[in-house]
Design a protein around this ligand. Structure first.
Ligand code: SF4
Length: 75
């Protein structure tokens, strides 16, 4: 399982994530983003791409098994 967090305050509804990982992210209307906070491991690569593609770095992907700490880049 891969845990996902999206900072919806930051999200601007660009839908890059929904485009790259449609199994996990979906746009609801023009701006609301829906997502599965506990995605399947098989989506890992797509999720990494989606996180990287988000123009505002709102997507944080944190594999639960890996004890690595996901630090969402302090600005
Ligand atoms: S790519 Fe980023 S800004 Fe765009 S919908 Fe996804 S989380 Fe929101």
């Amino acid at each position: 399982m891969v845990r996902i967090a999206v900072d919806l305050n930051r999200c601007q509804g660009y839908a890059q994530c929904a485009f790259l990982a449609p199994e996990v992210f979906a746009m609801h209307g023009e701006e609301a983003l829906l997502y599965d906070p506990e995605a399947d491991e098989a989506q890992g690569e797509k999720l990494a791409q989606a996180a990287a593609a988000c123009p505002v770095q709102a997507v944080v992907v944190d594999a639960v098994d890996a004890s690595a700490e996901a630090v969402p880049g302090d600005r």
